[in-house]
Write a protein that binds this ligand. Structure first.
Ligand code: HEM
Length: 544
């Protein structure tokens, strides 16, 4: 097979050649480059909607347009229908290329360098720069990003570390299920509380345990709106709501503090202040020799003398902001999918009963065996991804779908649109977890298609943790309840992440013959259900 160098290869070789190769070889490569340039179609020929000068397609992103920010993901489906697998548009001076096919997605990621660039979250950069807070993983680029990423992922992505935190996370999941049991209406079994807020608390508690090695007290029964936990939940929700609006509007906030900017900054201030409290608490615990704290990500990063305390704080903040809303919404969609597909729910329950005796702890071995549960989570994230696509921003030219794409173009690979196409998935809109189960009759889903956690070295750092969290909580919920949902549909709304468009009312029916097990931390000599458990739960607030 003949090797046809891509333009990037030619560019790199040319650069090297200028220094090391003979002039003749370099000239030959230059000719090859010109030949390739002739074969590629110029950037401006990429199809796409016409743009106005300066503001580009801003109207489509505002409430004046057909979609508004909330329905941007629907606009992406329409762009694909109208313009095909690759399309181009302008937005406020930015050039954006949308990629809707697996083949071009592969080209995007194959041309990724050692430090893949991603579009920055501009309002967050402006906020942090203004407050003198270092940028974290979400926004750093190049070698600076790599330095931080290397240190943090060593602690988060390693399977051994996942196994080590499993026991604590299982306890948190079980406590959360007890809480659900107590909060649902005893007559109708309906969860009257906003279950999204509830899942936020679970997610916060879990990430705090991972990051600080402490129990943050988010599952206490007497939380008020003024409690630290609820303030953290509200500030995260507000932060995402405002970010979505700020990113896709005229950047007036850079000149004057607009109301949306003020709300975002105030949410961030609260977040940073409360995180600092937790860091202080973690320090105190460590001074008292609490082994959990020393095992945490915080201490792991602080031990690395390469990082300042401020950088460690910024990294931890990014984990919270990257992890809370995403895992919460992933869990909402998973529960909804199970509730609306009772036969699937029964199969998951059967799998749980086969591999996990009631009262036994969840171990890595147990999780490895839960193949159907994993397929359910994949199928959920295929149909309801929390992040619609993966942005990339390269500082060199690339060729995509035969078109020249200049450096610094924002490239958006649309995982959600790809996952809804007939050519890649049979009956793409049907919820069918079996498509993920492999046997001799099925071929695996090809790469560069299903990427809910992104791709390559810049993929989500919390991926393993998030998957483990979802598996654990689904196991513990289904062990105790059969789940139903009163809403017939669950759509998505764009707010930087994709959120459920309504608050589904779940019904948690206790399973027949279910023995009221309780997490280990609840069973030291007191009753495990009813009033005793409730009292113990209140007391547990900050300590378990
Ligand atoms: C269902 C849950 C989650 C989903 C769907 C999700 C999805 C994603 C995606 C799509 C990216 C961009 C990847 C790329 O550009 O290739 C990302 C990045 C990131 N995520 Fe997650 N995530 C989830 C949970 C978490 C959790 C639990 C944490 C923290 C413990 C986390 C922390 C981060 C961070 C810090 C980044 C930036 C990584 C970097 O640029 O190096 N995420 N996530």
């Amino acid at each position: 097979m003949m090797f046809v160098p891509s333009r990037r290869w030619v560019g790199m070789l040319k650069c090297w050649g200028r220094r090391k190769m003979s002039a003749a070889l370099a000239a030959g490569l230059m000719e090859a480059d010109e030949g390739l340039a002739r074969r590629n179609t110029p950037f401006h020929a990429i199809p796409g909607p016409p743009s106005l000068p300066l503001i580009g397609r801003l109207k489509d992103y505002s409430s004046l347009g057909r979609y508004g920010v909330g329905r941007l993901h629907e606009r992406h489906l329409d762009l694909h229908r109208q313009y095909g697998d690759i399309c181009r548009e302008k937005l406020l001076g930015r050039e954006i290329v949308h990629v809707f096919s697996r083949e071009i997605a592969q080209e995007v990621f194959m041309q990724e360098g050692r430090y893949p660039g991603r579009t920055v979250i501009e309002p967050d950069v402006v906020y942090r720069t203004g407050r003198g807070i270092p940028l974290g993983l979400l926004n750093l680029q190049d070698a600076e990003w790599h330095r931080l990423r290397r240190l943090a992922q060593d602690r988060i992505l390693r399977p051994a570390v996942q196994s080590a935190v499993l026991h604590n996370m299982d306890n948190i999941a079980q406590e959360f299920v007890m809480r659900t049991d107590m909060l649902r209406d005893p007559g109708s079994d309906v969860m009257e509380r906003n279950y999204k807020d509830e899942l936020h608390l679970w997610s916060l508690e879990s990430i705090a345990r991972l990051a600080f090695g402490i129990r943050a007290g988010c599952l206490g029964m007497d939380l008020t709106e003024n409690s630290d936990a609820m303030q953290l939940v509200r500030s995260t929700q507000m932060y995402f709501r405002c970010l979505g609006k700020l990113i896709f509007s005229l950047p007036l906030y850079k000149v004057v503090p607009t109301p949306t900017w003020r709300s975002m900054a105030s949410a961030q201030d609260t977040f940073v202040r409360l995180s600092e409290n937790y860091i202080r608490q973690a320090w105190r615990n460590a001074e008292h020799g609490d082994p959990g704290t020393e095992d945490s990500l915080l201490f792991h990063l602080l031990k690395k003398s390469e990082l300042s305390k401020e950088e460690v704080g910024a990294t931890i903040t990014d984990l919270f902001q990257g992890g809370i809303d995403t895992t919460t919404n992933g869990m909402m969609y998973s529960l909804f999918a199970l509730a609306k597909n009772p036969e699937v729910q029964d199969l998951v329950y059967r799998e749980i009963r086969t591999h996990l005796p009631e009262g036994a702890p969840v171990t890595p071995e147990v999780l490895r065996k839960m193949k159907y549960l994993k397929a359910v989570i994949k199928e959920t994230l295929r149909l309801w991804p929390v992040i619609f696509g993966n942005p990339r921003l390269y500082d060199y030219d690339v060729v995509l779908g035969g078109y020249d794409v200049p450096a610094k173009t924002e490239i958006l690979v649309h995982h959600r649109v790809m996952c809804r196409q007939e050519r890649y998935f049979t009956d793409p809109l049907t919820f069918d977890p079996t498509r993920w189960l492999r046997d001799e009759n099925t071929s695996p889903v090809p790469p560069y298609l299903f990427m809910p956690f992104g791709h390559g070295v810049r993929m989500c750092i919390g991926r393993r943790f998030a998957e483990q969290q979802l598996q654990l909580l689904i196991i513990r919920i289904l062990q105790r309840f059969h789940v139903e949902c009163q809403e017939a549909e669950l759509g998505q709304v764009f707010s930087l992440v994709l959120l459920p468009d309504r608050n589904p009312r779940f019904v948690f029916r206790r399973r027949q013959g279910h023995t009221a097990w309780a997490p280990q931390a609840w069973t030291h000599g007191v009753g495990t259900t009813g009033r005793d458990a409730r009292r113990r739960h209140r007391r547990q607030g900050h300590t378990a």
